[in-house]
Design a binder for this molecule. Structure first.
Ligand SMILES: Cc1cc2nc3c(=O)[nH]c(=O)nc-3n(C[C@H](O)[C@H](O)[C@H](O)COP(=O)(O)OP(=O)(O)OC[C@H]3O[C@@H](n4cnc5c(N)ncnc54)[C@H](O)[C@@H]3O)c2cc1C
Length: 603
């Protein structure tokens, strides 16, 4: 493929990607001087009841819920800017990666993984925009397995999934029924390629049922997604739809640290807006929702974190907590591991067709509404109740654009492209085997005490052999999957090209696959856990040893849910908003003796 002259469609595609990149840079500055609802709240006065840092999935829910009380003045501070409606076209999400709407994080070089990727690093996109990372994600909605949450709330008195967790999912979800009338639209895929049903049939041939896809039950399904009328939906869109006058939103405002009194009470944040340092005050609380990297970074810059590390960074330690530890991510592999004797009806040509554009703008349908992934599956490899393996099936691979753009998003360098991907001479596609509960743990640490310096991210991929075993079991299952009549009909085969660096191993043996996963280690883009609930924050979301300082985002999850984590993060945000609002577990749950005597508690 590399030596062929680029086709008309590829030239058109590269031109479109280039100009769209310029357009993105332009619109990212468009609201630089904007401050929503700030006039009403006398922005310069900078005195609020609550300050929420970060407008991602969690921050938007917490800010919206707090502002429901008209007597509260709430400030939402976001480092990114607003993107505008065009970015709600689902297929555009991937183009936000590496743009000014992406923090553009990279891990440190991995010792035991990512060996074939450029510099041995994994590229981690994260949204720097109103709406956060959900503005560039795949929009797949999964709750996770009910037993996932029992692990998280092990120490809670009388924990009961149906009282402590389920009502918050139900409060979130809107699936068109009367029972679930929340704000998150949960819908079916608006667009599927012509190979999508073959995947489900192959699952049935293997003896797996069609599952609902939301509760991580064993089996395959079409994913449920968070799309409304053909447009990407995030919790920020719900907030913006009913923007309250008591909620100020300031964009392009980069929070550097939390302001703490001597008794560890948070009373505000310091942020920079247009190069000007601003000190915003909060009477009732500061909620950090800056995400799995942003939140631990702000805490450490505020003097809350591992003591020795802070001293090394020349930051005066205030509280010694394991901030930045427990980093974990759904690890995966297998891009373009399979080939077809068939061309599915989704690719560059379909995306660039004027008919697709019309179909989108007139009917909110067609290829522009694709989320990429068309089937998901959950499986146990051992006799566990909670699934250990997830599959995400994409009817295409990175080769669809001949290496002009997509490969660079995953760290595939020129050398790897030439030696492997460019040699694939058939349409390729991808089944990602995802380790749902990896055992490798990593860290986020400061590089120095300059708030603008990106932190050191080390997921320590594949440092536990369990993760390798599950990935290899996933590949074995993929081999069974493609050996079914529906896959034979499409002429699906294992890509026979040996992965660069693994040539010395016999193809399709255990040593070969171990080498393959170590060389081609990929992120499924689900990092969590760096302000672990139970160690950094209490189960009421308050940072241990502090007053009025809370963390609500993916960083608090103690471990990964069984599935894509945005659903669990939003559920936790609903729960947190209720607790912060009422200073108490004001749920239907019965209180245990200790809680009844807690001050302020209205159990
Ligand atoms: C490519 C990709 C695909 C994904 N696909 C899915 C999927 O299909 N389904 C799913 O469930 N999950 C998916 N995820 C994961 C999911 O989107 C995230 O886990 C989730 O959005 C995280 O939400 P959050 O609120 O914790 O953080 P974020 O959404 O990252 O929000 C953090 C916000 O804080 C802001 N911020 C950070 N630092 C500062 C600062 N110093 N000052 C001010 N503001 C700051 C950021 O700009 C951002 O807006 C995907 C992720 C990626 C990258």
């Amino acid at each position: 493929m590399c030596c062929n002259a680029p086709s008309f469609f590829i030239i058109l595609y590269v031109t479109a990607v280039y100009f769209f990149g310029i357009y993105l840079n332009f619109i990212s500055f468009q609201d630089y001087f904007e401050c929503y609802a700030c006039k009403e709240l006398n922005f310069r006065q900078q005195d609020y009841d609550y300050i929420v840092v970060g407008s991602g999935s969690a921050g938007s829910i917490v800010a919206r819920r707090l502002a429901e009380n008209k007597n509260l003045k709430v400030l939402l501070v976001e480092a990114g800017s607003s993107g505008g409606g065009i970015l709600q076209i689902p297929a555009v999400g991937v183009m936000l990666q590496k743009s000014s709407f992406d923090w553009g994080y990279r891990t440190v070089p991995q010792k035991q993984a990512c060996l074939g990727l450029d510099d041995q690093v994994s590229i981690w996109p994260m949204g720097k925009i109103l709406g956060g990372t959900a503005m560039l994600n795949n929009m797949i909605y999964v709750r996770g397995h009910p037993d996932d949450f029992a692990r998280w709330f092990r120490d809670t008195c009388n924990y009961d999934y149906s009282i402590d967790i389920l009502p918050y999912f139900e409060k979130l979800e809107n699936n068109g029924t009367n029972k679930h009338k929340g704000s998150v639209p949960i819908s079916d895929l608006p667009y599927k390629s012509n190979v999508s049903d073959y995947f489900l049939q192959a699952g049935i041939c293997l003896g797996f049922g069609i599952s609902d896809g939301v509760n991580a039950e064993p089996g395959f399904s079409s994913p449920k997604i968070t799309i409304q009328k053909g447009q990407r939906w995030t919790p920020y869109h719900q907030l913006a739809k009913n923007r309250k006058r008591n909620l100020a939103i300031v964009t392009n405002a980069f929070v550097e640290k939390v302001l703490l009194r001597d008794n560890f009470e948070a009373y505000g944040v310091k942020y920079t807006h247009m190069e000007e340092p601003i000190f915003a005050k909060a009477k009732k609380g500061v909620i950090l929702s800056a995400g799995v990297i942003g939140t631990p970074k702000i805490l450490m810059l505020s003097g809350i974190g591992p003591k020795q590390h802070l001293e090394k960074m020349k930051i005066k330690p205030k509280l010694d907590l394991p901030v930045g530890d427990n980093l974990q991510d759904h690890v995966t592999t297998g891009l373009d591991l399979l080939t077809f004797d068939y061309s599915p009806n989704i690719g560059i040509r379909q995306m660039l067709s004027p008919w697709s554009m019309l179909n989108y703008f007139l009917r909110s349908r067609g290829p522009w509404t694709t989320v990429g992934c068309e089937s998901i599956g959950f499986f146990n490899t051992a006799k566990e109740i909670v699934p250990e393996l997830q599959f995400m099936i994409f009817p295409l691979g990175v080769t669809i654009d001949d290496g002009y753009y997509l490969s660079s998003l995953t760290g595939i360098g020129e050398r790897l492209w030439k030696k492997y991907f460019a040699k694939i001479d058939k349409p390729s596609f991808t089944i990602l085997p995802i380790v749902l509960h990896p055992k490798s743990r990593g860290t986020v640490r400061l590089k120095n005490n300059n708030p603008r310096t990106p932190p050191l991210i080390n997921p320590n991929y594949l440092s536990d052999s369990y993760d390798i075993d599950i990935l290899i079991q996933g590949i074995e299952m993929i081999k069974e999957f493609i050996n079914t009549p529906p896959m034979h009909r499409l002429g699906v085969k294992l890509n026979p090209i040996k992965f660069p660096g693994c040539e010395k191993f016999e193809f399709d043996t255990r040593p070969y696959w171990e080498c393959y996963v170590r060389h081609f280690t990929l992120t499924a883009y689900h990092p969590i856990g760096t302000c672990k609930m139970g160690e950094v924050v209490e189960t009421d979301f308050k940072v241990k040893g502090t007053r009025k300082l809370y963390v609500v985002d993916g960083s608090i999850l103690p471990d990964l849910p069984s599935g894509n984590p945005n659903g669990a993060i939003m559920m936790m945000a609903e729960r947190a908003a209720e607790i912060i609002k009422h200073h108490c577990w004001k749920t239907q749950r019965k209180c245990c003796a200790a809680e009844v005597f807690q001050k302020e508690c209205q159990c």
